[in-house]
Design a protein around this ligand. Structure first.
Ligand code: COA
Length: 146
């Protein structure tokens, strides 16, 4: 498998990260990366990275990184169409967990998954996330204890 890293988005990689897209029938599951990066521009607690495989951007993730709270929210995550089911998402989550563990007060990561056809819920559960029983904004809430 290619080496997966989480890398800062730079002037050089911005365009390739923004143009990474999920499959057409997955569009309802995650916002386009360009929108996420625009949101991050106005949210000082947004921490985002390109998911790279052997240095090439193949996906994106964004965390709500609040050092004052024990809950860290995985706000966005995607692997581009054609780059899914290669183990990259799992490796990127491992790296994210490593990062969050290094942050102050961190005890858990929360993610919201849209249920139904193609839902990423099974992916998160396979990793160790557990449903909290809550549904917020139509998204099933899942928690990973650190
Ligand atoms: C969900 C997603 C991030 C997973 O990343 P990935 O690199 O494809 O995942 P991995 O290859 O590490 O998958 C590991 C296992 O998780 C499970 N899995 C992965 N994607 C899944 C999906 N969409 N539905 C159900 N199970 C899934 C599978 O069991 C898979 O193992 P397998 O391929 O041997 O069956 C990626 O598929 C994606 O971007 N999907 C569309 C956007 C999305 O749903 N983002 C999440 C928003 S919260």
């Amino acid at each position: 498998m290619a080496e997966v890293t989480l890398q800062e988005v730079t002037k050089e990689t911005l365009w390739s990260v923004m143009t990474l897209e999920v499959a057409e029938d997955q569009g309802h599951l995650v916002a386009p990366n360009s929108m996420s990066i625009a949101e991050a521009y106005f949210e000082p607690k947004a921490w985002f990275r390109a998911i790279c495989a052997d240095e090439a951007p193949v996906g994106f993730l964004m965390l709500f990184d609040d050092p004052d709270a024990p809950r860290y929210y995985l706000w966005r995550m995607m692997l581009a169409e054609g780059q899914q089911r290669k183990g990259y998402g799992t490796r990127a989550l491992e790296l994210l967990v490593e990062y969050v563990r290094s942050r102050p007060n961190a005890t858990e990561i929360i993610v919201g998954a849209i249920p139904g056809e193609g839902s990423p819920q099974a992916f998160y559960e396979r990793f160790g996330f557990v449903p909290t029983g809550e549904v917020k904004g139509g998204e099933v809430q899942l928690k990973l204890e650190l």
